[in-house]
Design a protein around this ligand. Structure first.
Ligand SMILES: Nc1ncnc2c1ncn2[C@@H]1O[C@H](COP(=O)(O)OP(=O)(O)OP(=O)(O)O)[C@@H](O)[C@H]1O
Length: 502
C-alpha cells in the first residue's frame, strides 16, 4: 500500500456478534454448497459465503437471483431519498428493484429459470471439479467435507455444460501449478515485483501463451492457516464472480506451494502511483475518465452484479489503470457480499485504509454500500486536488477540502499543477459529487447510480445547476438540523485520527 496507513482496530477486544455468526455458519455453508448438486440450493442465499457463491455463480443463477436489475428498474430508483441505516433500503439503493427482479417468473424470466435449473445440476458437478482445496486437506478434514469434495472432483470431467442446444463454456480461469507461475515470474524474481500491499506481493509474469499477468502471492503471515485460506477463498470467490470493464479480471489461481491469484496485468499500475508518484501531472481528461470509470465499476458491484458486493477498501492504491487509463477496481481482500435483505453488516475488526473510512464505519463498524460511496468521495477529492487522502502532516483530505467545497472554490481546490488545464464544468460536477459522497450522514450520500449521474451531468439537481452558474454553497444544509452535526463529525474524525496515529 503506497503512502497509506492501513488500520485494523479490534473492537470490544474481539469478534462481534454478526462476525461470529458468519464463522459459525461456515460449516453449514460448505455443506450446502457441496450437497447442492443433488437438491436445489438453499432458498435464502443472503447469507452465502463468497466460497459458496463462487460455485453458484458458475451454475448460472439462483432462486433469488437479482441479476435482472435492468436499466429500466434503475431509472425508477433515481431521485428518491435513501433510507437510514438499519432500515430496509428505499428503492434508490437498488435493493427493492433487485427483489422485484428476483420475484418475476413470467415469460422470458421463467424460460431462463427453467434453463438455469437444468444447468445447475451439471454445472455444480463440474464446478466442484475445481481442485481449489486439495492442498488444504487437513483443514478440510476438520470440516468433514474432504471426502465429499474429493469424490466430486474425481467424478467431474465435463468440459462444457450441455443444456440441449445451449452449451455454456467452462470458466475462463484456471488452476496453475507453482512451476508455471515460477516460470512466468522468473522464479518470483525481485525484478518482477510490481507491487506490495499489506497482504500480498504482486509479480509481473509472462505465461507460455504470451499473456502478461500479475501474480498476487498471498504473504499475510499474522493469520493462522485456516483464516488465510478463508480470506483467500473469499477474495477468489468475489473476483471470479465479477465481470465488468471496471473491475479486476481473474485469469486463474494456484494453491500449489502457497496461495496465488493470477490476474490480468494492468500496465499503469495503481492510480496512487500515477497521481502521486510521478513527476509529470496527470491530465484532467484522464482524471475525469478514471472518476467516471470507478463510479461505474462501483455501480456494477453495488447494483448490477449477480450478488451485490461492498468493496470496503476503495483507495487510490486499489484502483489500477490499463494502458489507455481505463480504471479497474482491484483488491477484493476486504470485500463482502451485501445480502438483499440486509442493509448493512456490523463488522469487527474494523479494517480499511485511513483517510477513506466513513464515520459510521470507523466509529461503529457499520458497513453498507454508503461506506464505499464515502471512500469514492475521498478518491474524487484526490483526483481533484492531486493530494493524498492523508498528507504527510497527517491532515485528512476530507477535513482540509471541506471549507473549499462549501465555498464552491474551484480555483483553491483544484490541483495547482493542472493550472487552467481542466474543464470547469466537469471539475464542478466532480466537486459537487465529492461533497455529497463525503457527507457525514450515510443517508445523505447518493447511491452509486446517482453518483454516476452527478458526475456525468445527467439529471442534475437544481442546487447543482445553481452551482455551475456561481450560486450558493455546495454542501447540503439540511444536516444542520440533524443530531449528528458536521462539528461532531469533525470531532469524531479527529479522535479517530489520534487513535490511529498514536
Ligand atoms: N493486476 C495488476 N496489475 C499491475 N499491478 C498490480 C496488479 N495487482 C496489483 N498490482 C500492484 O500491486 C499493489 C498491491 O496489490 P494489492 O492491493 O492487490 O495487494 P494487497 O496486499 O491486497 O493490498 P492491501 O494492503 O490493500 O491489502 C497494487 O497497489 C499495484 O501497484
Amino acid at each position: 500500500m503506497e503512502g497509506e496507513s492501513v488500520v485494523q482496530i479490534p473492537k470490544n477486544g474481539g469478534k462481534e456478534e454478526i462476525k461470529t455468526q458468519e464463522v459459525e455458519k461456515e460449516q453449514e455453508e460448505v455443506e450446502i454448497t457441496i450437497s447442492s448438486g443433488e437438491k436445489n440450493e438453499k432458498k435464502d442465499n443472503d447469507q452465502l459465503s463468497p466460497r459458496a457463491v463462487l460455485e453458484i455463480h458458475i451454475s448460472g443463477t439462483s432462486d433469488s437471483d437479482n441479476s435482472s436489475i435492468s436499466s429500466g428498474e434503475r431509472s425508477r430508483s433515481f431521485g428518491s431519498s435513501p433510507s437510514p441505516v438499519g432500515e430496509k433500503p428505499a428503492v434508490s439503493d437498488g435493493t427493492d428493484a433487485a427483489a422485484a427482479g428476483g420475484g418475476e417468473e413470467t415469460g422470458q424470466g421463467l424460460r431462463f429459470k427453467n434453463l438455469f435449473d437444468q444447468m445447475k445440476r451439471k454445472s455444480i458437478r463440474r464446478l466442484s471439479a475445481i481442485p481449489l482445496l486439495i492442498g488444504y486437506e487437513n483443514l478440510l478434514a476438520k470440516k468433514n467435507i474432504k471426502r465429499k469434495l474429493l469424490s466430486r472432483i474425481r467424478s467431474a470431467e465435463e468440459e462444457t455444460i450441455d443444456c440441449h442446444d445451449f452449451v455454456v463454456p467452462k470458466p475462463s480461469w484456471r488452476n496453475f501449478s507453482l512451476d508455471e507461475l515460477a516460470q512466468a515470474t522468473n522464479n518470483f524474481s525481485p525484478d518482477n515485483l510490481i507491487g506490495k500491499g499489506g497482504h500480498a506481493e504482486v509479480y509481473k509474469g509472462h505465461l507460455q501463451d504470451g499473456q502478461v499477468v500479475a501474480v498476487k502471492k498471498i504473504t499475510k503471515k499474522e493469520k493462522n492457516d485456516e483464516d488465510r485460506v478463508g480470506d483467500f477463498l473469499s477474495e477468489l470467490g468475489i473476483i471470479a464472480h465479477i465481470n465488468n470493464t471496471n473491475a479486476a479480471k481473474l485469469i486463474g489461481f494456484s494453491v500449489d506451494g502457497g496461495l496465488h491469484l493470477v490476474l490480468q496485468y494492468l500496465h499503469h499500475g495503481s492510480l496512487s502511483s500515477v497521481l502521486h508518484g510521478r513527476e509529470e501531472c496527470l491530465e484532467w481528461k484522464i482524471r475525469y475518465k478514471v472518476a467516471v470509470g470507478v463510479a461505474e465499476g462501483l455501480c456494477y458491484l453495488h447494483c448490477d452484479c449477480q450478488r451485490r458486493i461492498i468493496h470496503r477498501d476503495i483507495t487510490a492504491s486499489n484502483i489500477l489503470l490499463t494502458e489507455d487509463y481505463e480504471p479497474q477496481i482491484s483488491d477484493f481482500g476486504l470485500a463482502k457480499w451485501l445480502p438483499e435483505k440486509w442493509v448493512h453488516h456490523i463488522v469487527s475488526p474494523i479494517e480499511g485504509t485511513f483517510g477513506y473510512m466513513a464515520p459510521e464505519y470507523f466509529m461503529h463498524g457499520i458497513v453498507h454500500e454508503k461506506t464505499d460511496v464515502f471512500a469514492f468521495g475521498v478518491l474524487l477529492l484526490e483526483l481533484i486536488t492531486g493530494r493524498r487522502a492523508v498528507d504527510s502532516s497527517r491532515q485528512s483530505l476530507v477535513m482540509s477540502a471541506k471549507p473549499m467545497l462549501e465555498q464552491n472554490n474551484v480555483k483553491e481546490l483544484a490541483d495547482p499543477r493542472l493550472g487552467d488545464a481542466y474543464d470547469v464544468v466537469e471539475m464542478k460536477r466532480a466537486m459537487f459529487t465529492a461533497s455529497t459522497c463525503i457527507h457525514h450522514l450515510p443517508n445523505m450520500r447518493p447511491n452509486m447510480i446517482r453518483a454516476v449521474q452527478l458526475l456525468k451531468g445527467e439529471n442534475l439537481p437544481i442546487d447543482m445547476k445553481q452551482k455551475s452558474t456561481g450560486g450558493r454553497a455546495l454542501m447540503l444544509d439540511a444536516c444542520d438540523l440533524e443530531d449528528y452535526s458536521s462539528t461532531t463529525y469533525l470531532k469524531d474524525l479527529n479522535r479517530h485520527m489520534q487513535l490511529v496515529m498514536e
